[in-house]
Design a protein around this ligand. Structure first.
Ligand SMILES: [Zn+2]
Length: 393
């Protein structure tokens, strides 16, 4: 399926532009006409992180006339392993500002619009409506569903990508011509089931692999060339070095873009929709939550506790709370690790932030460990309250 170009061509290219974009102009499918369309295009990149970095760099170099950047975060040293639009001197600086500076260096002809704010239900429509196309580089489910819903409600196409460890996915969602993200993933995953890149890691160069697919699709849509990735999901496995395309059909029962939609406006609360923790976990933590400071008091007082770190082995390697034993959450949920747990000692669970340990606590309580507790805020709270010299990750 080919689609008409998203953008009308600009009136003309200047002499500078003809020189700069000559390698595009001599490609028959792009040509002067395609380059004029790119010049007139307005593209918004949600997030200037792992995917946003390569996407913004190549969109800028390609000559997209206006690039919007929305990001409220600041550059951290741990970003530099993959977020190549930022450099050492940008650490501590706003990501949107830092990305804008890199873009100006690559291509001063690009008009950059900075949205140094968090995308939320009150601003998403207004921000999106100023752009022809959105490139989604977000890393959390709440924002992802909000981006999708806003795009569908406004009739905008967007290029989606996601990355985790060695695996990447990309697609173009445009409800007018194909499925939306909800057709593919009607429900967010159960809380705690899908670790984020901050929890599970990501191979830096994977961002470039998926980000470049996103830019490739953006250019095709803007200029109306080739077969856009509408109704198809690209699945990339960096270890196998395989690209697979999976057909994604529009779901006639989709609550958003189906025949009888029930979601006709943005949701009140996307965090809530994606659920920070499950109902079972919410119930399990009542009267069974201690702070990092309380854990330290228990340890200092010589209380007989069995401290269980439910994170993954690599996280345990990076930083650990002294005295903890590693038993990943999956082994507790599956029941496999229950035999390793003492019946006669106070069990204390913790993870990185308190979400996974809450889920593990629910499983332990259901298995009869009624006195077990978990540490609110996990390792991150421990670092903040007890030992700031440990590496946060
Ligand atoms: Zn849909």
């Amino acid at each position: 399926m080919s689609l008409p170009p998203l953008v009308e061509p600009a009136a003309e290219l200047t002499v500078d532009e003809i020189r700069r974009y000559s390698r595009h102009l001599i490609i028959p499918d792009v040509g002067v006409e395609g380059q004029k369309r790119l010049k007139n295009a307005r593209v918004l990149c949600v997030g200037a992180g792992g995917l946003g970095s390569p996407a913004l760099l190549y969109l800028a170099a390609a000559g997209v006339g206006t690039l919007g950047i929305i990001d409220f975060d600041t550059v951290d040293e741990s970003n530099l392993q993959r977020q190549v639009i930022h450099g050492v001197s940008d650490v501590g600086r706003s990501k949107a500002e830092s990305a804008a500076a890199s873009i100006r260096e690559i291509n001063p002809l690009v008009n950059v619009e900075i949205h140094n704010t968090a995308l939320d239900r009150d601003n998403v429509r207004e921000i999106f409506s100023g752009y022809d196309l959105i490139v989604d580089g977000t890393d959390n489910f709440a924002t992802r569903y909000m981006v999708n819903d806003a795009a569908v409600l406004l009739g905008k196409p967007y290029v989606w990508g996601s990355i985790y460890r060695f695996d990447g996915q990309a697609s173009v969602f445009w409800a007018e011509h194909g499925p939306c993200y909800r057709c593919l993933y009607p429900e967010p995953p159960p809380p705690g089931m899908v670790p984020s890149c901050a929890e599970g890691g990501v191979l830096g160069v994977l961002c470039a692999s998926i980000g470049s697919i996103q830019v490739n699709e953006a250019i095709k849509l803007l200029a109306g060339i080739g077969e856009p990735l509408v109704g198809r999901l690209m699945v990339y496995d960096a270890l196998e070095m395989s690209y697979r395309k999976i057909k994604v059909r529009k779901d006639p029962n989709c609550v958003l873009c189906g025949e009888n939609p029930t979601v006709t406006d943005l949701l009140e609360d996307y965090e809530d929709f994606c659920g920070a923790v499950s109902v079972e976990a919410q119930e399990a933590v009542v009267d069974a939550t201690i702070t990092a400071a309380e854990l330290k008091e228990w340890q200092d007082a010589g209380k007989d506790i069995f401290l269980v770190d439910v994170r993954e082995p690599a996280e345990y390697e990076i930083v650990r709370i002294p005295g903890s034993t590693l038993i990943p959450k999956g082994e507790i949920i599956s029941g496999e690790a229950l035999a390793k747990l003492p019946q006669d000692r106070q069990i204390v669970l913790h993870c990185k932030s308190g979400v996974r340990s809450a889920e593990a606590l629910a499983a332990l309580k259901a298995a009869g460990f009624r006195d077990a507790v978990h540490v609110q805020g996990g390792v991150l709270s421990w670092i903040k309250q007890i030992d700031p010299s440990l590496p946060a990750y």
